[in-house]
Design a protein around this ligand. Structure first.
Ligand SMILES: Cc1cc2nc3c(=O)[nH]c(=O)nc-3n(C[C@H](O)[C@H](O)[C@H](O)COP(=O)(O)OP(=O)(O)OC[C@H]3O[C@@H](n4cnc5c(N)ncnc54)[C@H](O)[C@@H]3O)c2cc1C
Length: 588
């Protein structure tokens, strides 16, 4: 162990997406020594792919305010979101958007010169009856603009980057204090111990669980799996968002902004079918509602194409000018992958796995929390998490489009502010005990074993197929139970997996093997949580339990690795006052 090189920082941030970089910037500007570790070059993090925009009640287009944003988010979450966190996020939204503007994000503009805002799914009509337009956009490349601006600001603030380093596991002492992480430099294959007084996990989502998804290849849930192995539970993992409009059969995302600009869905009969499922919001209903509608149309034989397996997204009526000005990115994607121009021909679409609502439980300061007696929670000293890997929980059972970029910015900033206070009381690093890195090192060296057995890419393909077949838009007990059995079998078979390449330099086979180990734990957490929840809420739709059951299930799930056990904790709801939002039937 003594031979592993060590670097010391005040704060270690694992992940250089928008969540990690917003936190890093706040910390570096406060003169903390910050290390950011990322397995890909920072600006290749999945945040770069975000298209449609970021929500804030700026009221630049129609009257709006944060209460309406909060109401839409609570309703969108199917009443599973924690309302203190949602209130905090919606109130902070305008400020973080203006900060972005000052960091250099080139937002699209209205004729008045103000930031352009478009309508997005789940945004209700305001008191004047006008459709809300709350999503601030830089054309349809908002995440790209945000991530590049944040990276440049971090370079200016002298944040220390470990580019293309893979974090293997968290390191802690016997008293439960987190001391940093063991990582490996991908280029050299050399391990390194990064010691820190505080550690922030910002490793993004786990969309690679599913065969058809919109996510980057790197979104393998590493940070969530690290938290599980370190004894933390994962919260609300049964809620996985399927985006209604992925390119059929391929999965690439077509932003909700297309429908925000006036595009709509058609079935094989040329019918605008969303009018039947959501008479008011139509194509701009929440994502879970639209995904179920498309899946139902296809299941009932009204799908388009020779296999009747998709529907059409029509936007040719918008005119080529709007498409080129407001949606240039999706036009590029469609022309590249389908060889059609969406300004002239409708796009074949079908729901695709998109966003991990569950994750590492935190409070609204980004502190990781573990359950105590009687529903109380205890923060874990020095451990933080923000972004898609965390569950704060502002999205509850279904996230609204445009609220994730907001979530990563608001809570990245809030966690950093909390860390700055924490650091003022923590002058020294706690000692690293002998043998503290042994278990993490074994995860690495285990892949040096020679032999023949199961193949890593083969198991990964199987895993993604099991998730798609057994834990998709519609679920029931039998299908989920089979899915769980298959996941447990894959978990067991990994023990017998080998890789052929044992070289050190850029050995991506070893990285993929460790990613598979992470994915399988997230997969087990997801199907186990889904099997246990016998109701339908948000993205978790059980054919055998079609109704929402607030009496029994208005509570968060907690999955722990120790015995694959389920536990539950209450949802935080605002006490009944004039501006509280008690649970109601959710219609759009
Ligand atoms: C195609 C697409 C479009 C989207 N559009 C929108 C939108 O318009 N509006 C919206 O609000 N949301 C959108 N979302 C969702 C939103 O973009 C993401 O939820 C959000 O950007 C996640 O940010 P993050 O910082 O949590 O993680 P990410 O941006 O995913 O970054 C994760 C980071 O963790 C690092 N990492 C992971 N594991 C390790 C490891 N083991 N070791 C070292 N580093 C590691 C990665 O290298 C990366 O730097 C979209 C998502 C997708 C996929």
């Amino acid at each position: 162990m003594s031979t592993i090189p060590k670097r010391s920082f005040d704060t270690l941030i694992i992940g250089a997406g928008g969540g990690g970089l917003r936190a890093a910037l706040q910390l570096s500007q406060a003169d903390a020594r910050v290390a950011v570790v990322s397995k890909v070059f920072p600006t290749r993090s999945h945040t770069v792919a975000a298209q449609g925009g970021v929500n804030a009640a700026l009221a630049n287009v129609v009257p709006d305010n944060w209460h309406w944003h909060m109401f839409d988010t609570v309703k969108g979450s199917d009443y599973l979101g924690d309302q203190d966190a949602i209130e905090y996020m919606c109130r902070a939204a305008p400020r973080v958007v203006y900060e972005l503007e000052h960091f250099g994000v080139p937002f699209s503009r209205l004729d008045t010169g103000r930031i352009y805002q478009r309508a997005f799914g789940g945004q209700s009509r305001n008191f004047g009856g006008e459709q809300a337009a709350r999503t601030c956009a830089a054309a349809d490349r908002t995440g790209h603009a945000i991530l590049h601006s944040l990276y440049q600001q971090n370079i200016r603030a002298k944040t220390h980057f470990f580019d293309e380093y893979f974090a293997i596991d968290l390191i802690k002492d016997q008293d439960g204090y987190f001391l940093g992480a063991l990582a490996i430099e991908i280029a050299s294959g050399e391990p390194i111990l990064i010691e820190a007084k505080t550690t922030l996990i910002a490793t993004g989502g786990a969309g690679q669980l599913f065969r058809t998804n919109t996510n980057a290849l790197v979104n393998t849930g590493d940070g969530m799996a690290m938290a599980l192995r370190a004894g933390m539970p994962l919260q609300d993992m049964e809620f996985f968002q399927f985006h209604p409009t992925g390119i059929a059969g391929k999965g690439m995302l077509i932003t909700e902004g297309v429908r925000g600009e006036g595009g709509y869905l058609l079935n094989a009969d040329g019918e605008r079918f969303m009018e039947r499922y959501a008479p008011n919001a139509k194509d701009l209903a929440s994502r879970d509602v639209v995904s179920r509608a498309i899946a139902t149309e296809v299941r009932e034989g009204r799908g388009v194409g020779p296999n009747k397996d998709h529907v059409l997204l029509k936007l040719d009526h918008l005119g080529a000018d709007i498409v080129k000005k407001r949606l240039p990115g999706i036009r590029d994607t469609v022309m590249t992958f389908l060889h059609i121009d969406p300004a002239e021909t409708p796009i074949p679409v079908f729901p695709t796995a998109h966003y991990t609502m569950g994750g590492i439980p935190t409070d609204r300061f980004g502190q990781v929390v573990i359950p105590e007696q009687q529903g109380a929670e205890e923060p874990v000293p020095g451990l933080y998490s923000v972004g898609e890997c965390a569950c704060v929980s502002v999205h509850g059972a279904n996230r609204l489009g445009g609220n994730s970029l907001l979530d990563i910015l608001v809570f990245g900033r809030a966690a950093a502010n909390h860390i700055i206070d924490h650091l003022s009381e923590q002058r020294y690093h706690r000692p690293i005990p002998e043998g503290a890195t042994d278990v993490a090192m074994q995860r690495l060296t285990r892949w040096n074993r020679q032999g023949k057995g199961e193949s890593v890419p083969g198991l990964r393909r199987e895993l993604a197929k099991v998730m798609e077949d057994h834990c998709s838009v519609f679920r029931n007990e039998e299908v989920l139970q089979q899915g769980k059995d298959k996941m447990l079998e894959i978990r067991a078979r990994i023990r017998d997996a080998y890789i052929d390449d044992h070289s050190k330099v850029f050995n991506t086979a070893r990285i993929e093997a460790m990613e598979l180990e992470n994915l399988v734990e997230i997969g087990v957490a997801t199907v186990t949580s889904a099997l246990a929840r016998t109701e339908s809420r948000g993205a978790h739709s059980r054919i055998d339990y079609p109704e929402r059951d607030d009496a029994k299930w208005m509570r968060h799930s907690l999955f722990s690795l120790d015995g694959d056990k389920m536990d539950y904790k209450p949802v935080r709801i605002k006490p009944l006052t004039v501006d509280s939002f008690p649970p109601k039937k959710r219609t759009y």
